[in-house]
Design a protein around this ligand. Structure first.
Ligand SMILES: [Zn+2]
Length: 87
């Protein structure tokens, strides 16, 4: 991991990590099972319209927004590491 551009194994590891990130990000955005009336993150009531629009939703708009930011943030981190290695 320390040498991002070392042997093939290192590159494959990075690709695998990216795919895993994408899958888990898609899963976290896709509600499964029954939704909740209150946001499971902050406990605020989820607006009825949101619950009707997204069956199985468990988070309010604000908390879902925070969740959606995380995968992108880790992507930026990875790019930043690569960049610093090239210098
Ligand atoms: Zn919330």
């Amino acid at each position: 991991m320390a040498n991002g551009w070392g042997p093939d194994g290192g590159v494959q590891d990075q690709i695998d990590a990216t795919v895993t990130d994408a899958v888990s990000a898609a899963r976290s955005r896709l509600p499964s099972g029954e939704g909740t009336i209150e946001c499971e993150v902050c406990g605020e009531e989820i607006p009825l319209k949101r619950r009707q629009a997204i069956p199985g939703v468990r988070t309010c708009v604000a908390c879902q927004g925070e969740r959606d930011k995380r995968p992108a943030f880790s992507g930026i981190n990875r790019r930043g590491n690569k960049d610093s290695q090239l210098r």
